[in-house]
Design a protein around this ligand. Structure first.
Ligand SMILES: Nc1ncnc2c1ncn2[C@@H]1O[C@H](COP(=O)(O)OP(=O)(O)OP(=O)(O)O)[C@@H](O)[C@H]1O
Ligand SMILES: [Mg+2]
Length: 183
């Protein structure tokens, strides 16, 4: 139940992958000076129709009890609401989905970032056919990683299977996040 942001990244990205997305953008804007942390995942997957969207946001509101409704989104919603923020989803069938969670940074329930470099790095390595873009922003700066640039630097995606490359990617993300100050 008490997940850190890196676990939410895995959960919500899994949804995007399950929706057949080929382009996934993950963004964390850690605005200590604004008092708000905004976490977003946007994809170009198949999207949700309004009925599904309603049920996804509030799984207990549905009269249907036969259908399993997952917990990835409700957990994120609960976590954001506990921190005086909230969850917003925009989705259009055939176009894609944007999941946005806002947290107040002064909340004692603010989830820790956790190992964001490991989560993002793992997604990149496990799903090399997806274009991943990861953005991290703080009051000190803004950094974006595009998996296409990584693939170009490596030459071919087979190289991603090399464990030392996975470690390199993770540490590269970590250094850049640390460079602009994490949490
Ligand atoms: N990005 C997305 N694009 C399209 N449909 C989505 C997306 N995210 C969620 N959904 C739909 O919403 C449902 C609920 O998502 P949620 O993450 O809450 O649970 P789940 O993925 O079904 O199960 P769990 O996350 O617990 O393994 C999904 O099964 C899927 O139908
Ligand atoms: Mg899910």
């Amino acid at each position: 139940m008490l997940e850190d942001l890196s676990q939410h990244i895995l959960d919500i990205s899994e949804n995007s992958l399950g929706a057949g997305a080929t382009d996934i953008r993950i963004s964390i804007a850690n605005g200590e000076e604004t008092g708000v942390l905004v976490f977003e995942i946007e994809d170009n997957g198949r999207g949700m129709d309004p009925d599904l969207l309603r049920r996804v946001i509030d799984p207990f509101c549905t009269s249907r009890t036969t259908r399993r409704v997952g917990l990835g989104i409700p957990f994120l919603k609960q976590s954001a609401e506990l921190c005086g923020g909230g969850l917003e989803i925009r989705s259009e069938t055939g176009v894609g989905t944007l999941v946005r969670a806002r947290f107040r940074t002064d909340s004692i329930d603010l989830p820790p970032l956790g190992d964001v470099p490991a989560s993002v790095g793992m997604m990149l390595v496990l799903h090399p056919d997806i274009r991943w873009r990861f953005r991290y922003a703080t009051g000190h700066g803004d950094w974006t990683l595009d998996s296409r640039e990584i693939l170009e630097a490596l030459g071919d995606r087979e190289t991603l299977r090399d464990p030392s490359v996975a470690i390199w990617i993770r540490e590269y993300i970590r250094e850049n996040m640390n460079g602009i100050g994490s949490q």
